[in-house]
Design a protein. Structure first.
Lengths: 475, 164
């Protein structure tokens, strides 16, 4: 079995917990306390985590953030998503080759009722920004986040951020996440429920579930900042282990220090695809190529230049036809496409790779916010089905706000700004139209507008108003 | 030459048109920063990082404007630019050797006097050089590396491969 751990890295120092032993299918595996169980198993060279229920096809990690279910295993007898389960000494992990059993779960009752002023769902940039604005006020705030570490996708961003000084420019994403996590931990009116999934909106309140508790939360205001899902792509054998979301690979590599693979093909040349390729080089992997179906590179030129100068080819007008391998990707087949997206015959090429990363966009995660009954609209330019909202981020349901990628697929900077705007909107509703809050909120709106004025944000800028609620619920 | 948005590689003509290449006399006078920031990115790290106020933007999405009379080629922006898109070139010394200062974030770590492989914008090996200066930027922790290169390659070399 291969050791996929990264021991030296040009930028990151991996702060690993105490060394422990866990057992995968009876075999002892070295792990580190508190790290993602999936990272520990994958890091020890395991390719197959489970088998699909009907066709018994091999499955392994894909999203690494608890959204896809591909890494479900039995942990001490109970089915669990291994990517969001922290490793503990002597954990017994087994493959599942059927549907997980419900009987293994204890009967759940509400353990705690929480009356709170504000519930923030999601601990990424948008959620943390709302919490920051509300910190130190006399509002009670509960922030529920379903991950092991706070910070959303920032924790795996090792590249330096663009922007202006007030917007973290020049810092790396994981540093911003660390700063915020530490700042929020000192916030007296904030309670963070980590590893807690907000599962639904009920008559009595909002239900959130963690491993050992179920909460019924009754908030006056809600900020849903649940982010987005990574998109998958249709091609032959696209479920084979080694095919991973680019974001999932980033989590493995940059949060837990585990190399996703040695020889990699990246599908998609947007910023995510370009950045993951550079990060793979930093982790010591070889990127065979980045392929892009469009005739032009999708992301910023500077991110493309960063990988080109180390010899990584970017093949525009190319698509992936399929992957082959027994228990893991061993080969990827790509081909050229014409302007009508038809495969050009005779252009098929084979790449010997063990990993294929999909960086083909994101879809807003509106699973929860829809349960409030908010008005939605399908706006492809914003990422698909999105909630309508006022410019102050309030949805059609009064006191339910949104911020971040579920409002429109953008980036961390705009997510922060929207989170702040939602926070100020709640302050204004609570304390009235104070000059200070109004000014700050207007300035943030200006900042958002300025940020979106870049040519690359044209799509979002032009479509933004399509999701605007007219009539304005919030002042 | 194909457009840089198709290739990920920018050519000298484009850089000249964007005002990123100083006059010959300025190039000969001493080290100077060459920006390869060719898209309107909402970012002004270079503006607030420059100790000599040599870089300006009106709007955050403008291309940076470099005042070559103020730029000393100090290299601070090389280590700070989020796009790793700034280089300092120096052809002011006598002889056939010039110098390129570039950002570096890969292992193995470069050290002074290392012989390194010189790479161009497409990752092609174009020669060998020697590291004459290296430090880690205190904000970004990127290495800022100065390498000696054949003088005619100062506009070509944009990365190094450290061999250890």
């Amino acid at each position: 079995m291969k050791d996929r751990r990264i021991y030296t890295h040009p930028i990151l120092d991996f702060k690993r917990g105490k060394e422990i032993t866990i057992f995968f299918e009876g075999r002892p595996i070295r792990a580190f306390e508190g790290e993602s169980l999936a990272a520990a198993i994958y890091g020890a060279g395991v390719d197959v985590f489970r088998l699909s229920p009907s066709l018994k096809r091999p499955r392994a990690v894909f999203c690494m953030v608890g959204k896809c279910g591909s890494c479900i295993v039995r942990v001490n007898g109970i089915p669990a998503r291994s990517c969001v389960t922290p490793a503990e000494e002597n954990m017994r992990v087994e493959r599942i080759s059927d549907l997980p059993e419900a009987s293994k779960y204890e009967k759940r009752l509400i353990n705690e009722e929480l009356e709170t002023d504000v519930l923030i769902v999601g601990g990424g940039p948008a959620g943390m920004a709302s919490a920051e604005v509300l910190c130190g006020t006399d509002l009670n705030v509960v922030l529920a986040d379903d991950q092991i570490r706070l910070g959303g996708q920032l924790i795996k961003q090792t590249h330096i951020f663009f922007g202006s000084k007030e917007l973290f420019a020049g810092k790396r994403g994981f540093e911003i996440a660390e700063e915020y996590a530490s700042k929020l931990s000192k916030c007296p009116n904030l309670r963070v429920l980590s590893r807690t999934t907000v599962i639904g909106v009920f008559k009595e309140g909002i239900v959130a579930v963690s491993d050992d508790a179920t909460y019924l939360i009754k908030p006056k205001y809600v900020v849903v900042a649940a982010g987005a899902y990574e998109n998958h792509l249709v091609f032959e054998n696209n479920d084979l282990p080694g095919v991973m979301g680019a974001g999932g690979a980033q989590t493995l590599m940059n949060v837990w220090g585990v190399k996703p693979g040695n020889e990699v093909l990246v599908v998609g040349s947007g910023n995510v695809g370009l950045i993951i390729s550079y990060q793979l080089l930093q982790a010591g992997a070889e990127v065979k190529a980045v392929i892009e179906a469009l005739p032009r590179i999708g992301g910023w030129f500077v991110h493309a230049a960063k990988i080109r100068r180390y010899g990584v080819p970017i093949l525009t007008s190319h698509t992936i036809l399929g992957v082959n391998g027994a228990e893991r990707v061993e080969e990827a087949i790509v081909a050229q496409v014409d302007e009508k997206w038809n495969v050009v015959e005779g252009t098929e090429k084979s790449f010997k790779v063990d990993t294929v990363l999909l960086a083909v966009g994101l879809t807003p995660n509106t699973d929860l916010v829809r349960q409030f009954g908010v008005a939605m609209k399908y706006i492809p330019e914003l990422g698909g089905l999105v909630p309508l909202r006022t410019q102050y981020m309030e949805t059609s349901v009064e006191n339910v706000f949104i911020a971040g990628d579920l409002a429109a697929i953008e980036e961390a900077t705009t997510a922060f700004i929207e989170g702040w705007i939602a926070g100020y909107s709640i302050l204004i509703k609570t304390y009235g139209e104070k000059e200070e809050y109004l000014t700050k909120r207007e300035n943030l709106l200006k900042m958002l507008h300025e940020y979106r004025s870049a040519p690359v944000s044209e799509k979002v800028r032009k479509s933004w108003n399509l999701s605007l609620l007219t009539g304005g619920v919030a002042k | 030459m194909k457009h840089f948005r198709e290739t990920g590689v920018v050519d000298l003509d484009t850089l000249i048109k964007m005002g990123y290449i100083p006059e010959e006399t300025r190039l000969r006078a001493g080290p100077v920063a060459i920006y390869e920031c060719v898209e309107e990115i909402p970012c002004n790290v270079c503006v607030f990082s420059c100790p000599f106020n040599a870089v300006s933007k009106n709007r955050i999405t403008d291309l940076p404007r470099i005042d070559f009379s103020r730029c000393t080629g100090c290299g601070v922006c090389v280590g700070r630019c989020p796009g790793l898109a700034v280089f300092v070139i120096d052809i002011s010394k006598e002889g056939n050797i010039g110098y390129v200062t570039l950002p570096h974030e890969l292992l193995p770590a470069p050290s002074k006097n290392d012989e390194v492989v010189l790479l161009d914008r497409e990752g092609r090996e174009v020669g060998r050089g020697v590291v004459t200066r290296v430090y880690r930027d205190k904000v970004t922790r990127s290495w800022v590396v100065t390498v000696s290169v054949p003088k005619d390659l100062v506009m070509a070399v944009r990365a190094i491969k450290v061999i250890k």
